[in-house]
Design a binder for this molecule. Structure first.
Ligand code: PGA
Length: 252
C-alpha cells in the first residue's frame, strides 16, 4: 500500500557535468522501476539534473533547505528557491548536517515546516549513534527525533513526509543494520506516529532505511513490513550499483 521510495544521496559529489552523465546513465536503467526513484543532488547540480530528467520517472531532491523565507543567511537556500528550480524532495537533518553543521532537532523541525509549506516533500533523517545504541535507548531517541521533527504539521501533511532511519554507525561504514534491527526501529517510529496522529496517518508515512545499503542487503531490508525504501549514499554514485539496489529492493 506504500509505494517504495529509493533515493540516492550524492552528498558533496559530482560536478554539474558529472551529474548530467550519471543521470543520463540512470534514466534508461530505472525506467521500469515501480518505485519513487529520487536523486538528491548538490545544489549546484539542480538545474543540470532537472533538465536531463525531464519526462523520466526520476525525481529531483536537494540535500538541505533553510527555514526562513529570505534574508541575510549567507550560503543558504530557501524552500521557494528550491521549489521554483524544480526540486520535489529535500533531505533534512542528515546526520552529517547534525554532526558537522550544528543541526538540532529544533532546526530540523523548522526546516521541515518550511519545506512542507512550500510544497516540497521532506526526507527527515533520524538515527542513533553507536554509543546511544549500546546504552539501550535507540527506540526512545529515534521516536523523540521523529516527533520533534513533525511537530506542527497537520495529519494530512504528515502523510506525505518521508522519514529516513539512518543509524549513524551504519553510514558510510559498510556496517549495515540487520533487517531485524532496522525493522524494530521502523516499527517503533510508526507506532509513535500512530499514537499521536492516528494509525491511518502512520500507515501512509514512508520510512526509508539508510546506512550502507548495497545490492546484497537491499532485498532483505525492503522485505521488512515497515521498511518502505532506502536512502543510499556511496552506492548511489555509480549507475550500475544504484540500479542493482533498486532491482534487488523491488525484486525486478
Ligand atoms: P551510505 O550513506 O549509503 O554511504 O552509508 C547513506 C546516507 O548517508 O544517506
Amino acid at each position: 500500500m506504500r509505494k517504495p521510495i529509493i533515493a540516492g544521496n550524492w552528498k558533496m559529489n559530482k560536478t554539474p557535468a558529472e551529474a548530467k552523465a550519471l543521470v543520463n546513465e540512470l534514466k534508461p536503467l530505472v525506467k521500469e522501476a515501480n518505485a519513487t526513484v529520487v536523486v538528491c543532488v548538490p545544489a549546484i547540480d539542480i538545474f543540470a539534473v532537472k533538465e536531463e530528467i525531464a519526462g523520466t520517472n526520476i525525481h529531483l531532491g536537494a540535500q538541505n533547505v533553510h527555514f526562513k523565507e529570505s534574508g541575510a543567511y549567507t550560503g543558504e537556500l530557501s524552500a521557494a528557491m528550491l521549489k521554483e528550480a524544480g526540486v520535489e524532495y529535500v533531505i533534512i537533518g542528515h546526520s552529517e548536517r547534525r554532526q558537522y553543521f550544528g543541526e538540532t532537532d529544533a532546526t530540523v523541525n523548522l526546516r521541515t515546516l518550511a519545506a512542507v509549506k512550500a510544497g516540497l516533500t521532506p526526507i527527515i533523517c533520524v538515527g542513533e549513534r553507536k554509543e546511544e545504541r549500546e546504552a539501550g535507548y535507540t527506540d526512545a531517541l529515534v521516536e523523540y527525533q521523529t516527533l520533534i521533527a513533525l511537530n506542527g504539521l497537520t495529519p494530512d501533511e504528515i502523510k506525505n513526509v518521508v522519514v529516513a532511519y539512518e543509524p549513524v554507525w551504519a553510514i558510510g561504514t559498510g556496517r549495515t543494520a540487520t533487517p531485524e534491527q532496522a525493522e524494530e526501529v521502523h516499527a517503533a517510529i510508526r507506532k509513535q506516529v500512530a499514537e499521536i496522529y492516528g494509525q491511518a496517518t502512520a500507515d501512509k508515512v514512508r520510512i526509508q532505511y539508510g546506512g550502507s545499503v548495497k545490492a546484497s542487503n537491499a532485498a532483505q531490508l525492503l522485505g521488512q513490513p515497515d521498511i518502505d525504501g532506502a536512502l543510499v549514499g556511496g552506492a548511489s554514485l555509480k549507475a550500475e550499483d544504484f540500479l542493482a539496489i533498486i532491482r534487488n529492493a523491488l525484486g525486478m
